[in-house]
Structure formats: C-alpha cells, structure tokens
Design a protein around this ligand. Sequence first.
Ligand code: ADP
Length: 375
Amino acid sequence: MPSPQLAVIGGGQLARMMQQAAIGLGIHIRLLAEAPDVSAAQVVPDHVVGDYTNLDTLRSVVAEAPVVTFDHEHVPPEHLRALQAEGHACRPGPHALLFAQDKAAMRQRLGALGVPCPRNAAISTRADLDQFGYPAVVKTTRGGYDGKGVWVVHTAADADEAFASGRVLLAEELVDFRRELSALVVRSPSGEMASYPVVESRQANGVCAEVVAPAPGLDPTLDAAARGIAERLAAELDVTGILAVELFETADGRLLVNELAMRPHNTGHWTIDGARTSQFENHLRAVLDLPLGPTGARAPWSVMVNILGGSVADLEAQRASVLAVEPDIKIHLYGKPVKAGRKVGHVTAYGDDLDIVTARARRAAAMFTDGAPQS
Ligand code: ADP
C-alpha cells in the first residue's frame, strides 16, 4: 500500500464520510479506530485499533502521514503538541481546538473578540449560581455532547445533578431563541476560506433532528452576519478545515454564538448531496491545503433528517422499503448498531418545494426509525 497522506483520529461516522470523499480524490487515509468494528473502520482498510489518549499509539498511526485531522475534538492537546514537535501538521491545531474542547475558554475568547454570546459566568458554588440568577442554563465546560452536560435550571435544586457531576461548570442566560442556526466555514492553512449557506437546525431532546438549507426566511443581513462571524472566528482562532458555528437567532432578531465545532458537523451533512462540494471533501481539501471547492447549493432546498435508533433493528433490511416509497432520497447509513435515540444514519432530500422536500426526508427517516411509512 502507498504511504498515507492523511491520518484521521477517531472512527465514527464523520471519519467514515471523510473516507467517502477521499476515495474520489484518491487520498489515502490511515485511521485510528477505537475498536475493530466502529463506523469508519468498516470502510478504511488502513486502520489501526487503539486508544487516542495514548501518545505512542498516536505516533504509530501518524508515522508516515504528514498531516493529521480528527473525527472528534478529544485528543489531549499535549499529545498534539508532541506530534507537531515531531514534524506532523495537526489540522486544526491544539491552539484552535481548545475553543471547541472547553466552553469556558471559548466564551472568554469570544467575549474578548466582541463576538455576541449569551451572558455567561464560570460558577463553582451554588452561591455563584444564585448570584448569576435564574432561569439559567448550566453546562459542563468539557465533554458535553448532544445535550448531555446541559441543564436548564429555574431554581437552585434544578442544579443538583450539575453540581453532583463534579465537573467544571459554566452558567449562561436562558436565551429566548426563535430558532437555532449553523454557519459552516472551511479554511486552509494558506488562509483560503469559503462559507456555506447558513442553515436552520432543529433539535429534539438535545439532539439535532433535522437541518434545513438554507434557513427558511433568514433575513439577508443576518445571513451575512452569521457567515461573517464564522469567517472571522476561523481566521482569529486559526482554524484549519471545517469550523461549525452554532448560533441562536433570538426572538428580537439578534445572533448569539452557542458553540463551536472544528470538524465536519451534523448541520453540514446536507452538503454531501445538496451542495456543490460536500463539507467532507472541503475538509480534506483544506487540511491538505488543496484549492477549496464551491459551497453553493445544488437545489433551492435541501432537508437532512437524522435517523435515530428506534424499533427498526436491521436498517439494511429496511432499505428496500424506504427506496420503494422514496426513490429519490439519499440514504447514509453509518454501520452502527441500533440503540434507542442514537444517530445511526441520515437521509437528505432536495428540490424546489420546501414542504415536499421536508415531507420526503421525514418520511424516509421515520421508516428507518419506526418501520411503517407515514402518510
Ligand atoms: P452540546 O455540547 O451538548 O451540543 P450545547 O451547548 O450545544 O451542548 O447545548 C445543547 C442545546 O441546549 C442547544 O442546542 C440548545 O437547544 C440548548 N441551549 C444551550 N445553551 C442554551 C442557552 N444559553 N439558552 C437556551 N438554550 C440553550
């Protein structure tokens, strides 16, 4: 086998979809997978199974690869600095990743940059929270995902679980938002940047349920402002690859940054089928410092709906029924065992009529979750 051009740390669905883009570009990826059967290990032949918190394991994976990128943001920064010192380019680098790993560091930096955020404060005691005031959103600064590590608190007692977690906590104002938006930008080490249309992201139980591209009815000045925030942050924080900026559009028409992700993001999955260049292809192009691809939409509307684990245990067996009902749906299954509420795939529909496109995507996803087609 030729030597790898890119090492990818983490074997989840994001790495799996990076491989899909790498095939076309002829990029040889070497993967570090958490277990032999994880999502990306099924499709990347050159993979090592091991622990991403072990520096020697990381060294063995990246040995022949000049560039390293990530499926997740959890690799210890000191290990990344060691790899950098040994001549590997980590994209994004640990100095940028900090702001996706630690919500307190992110809030502090964004505050210093004057980027609008919910009012927030570090809290270590109940007295701190009382002083911050209610209602509030209490979050662990590290390790949260899909709403785990986020508590909406109306009284001191609501924060029992948060304080019992023993984690470092941050309090934020409970934002009265109209909806959640996401602005994706991709940036190369040479500074080239491109931004995707701003999308609306809809959550259910703290998990992204569906994404509509572009965000329906978004005021053009807010669209430009959201893209501007994402581009400015990518440059100021020196992000390479995809940066996703999750935003609140407030009831009174302002934008506030919720959080940052520095990897391909669930709110960009629609780009595989709905944009001229997918976020995965542009992530690979960016981290390898290749020219970036155009980010415009292929159709007026794209709707991505996540397939969450439900009563259908065998997704592959359900494929034929879904395609019989929705022959024009784009199916992406992640090869993961079905567990209740877990993201096990997504579907995307695109076209000219938002209502029709939304109904098609929802129907296909529901068939993968619950079986029966919705009328
Ligand atoms: P995670 O890291 O788990 O994705 P987030 O910080 O993105 O956590 O929060 C998860 C969800 O909780 C958000 O998508 C949003 O719906 C809600 N949320 C988070 N922060 C606030 C806030 N300050 N005000 C209102 N809702 C919030």
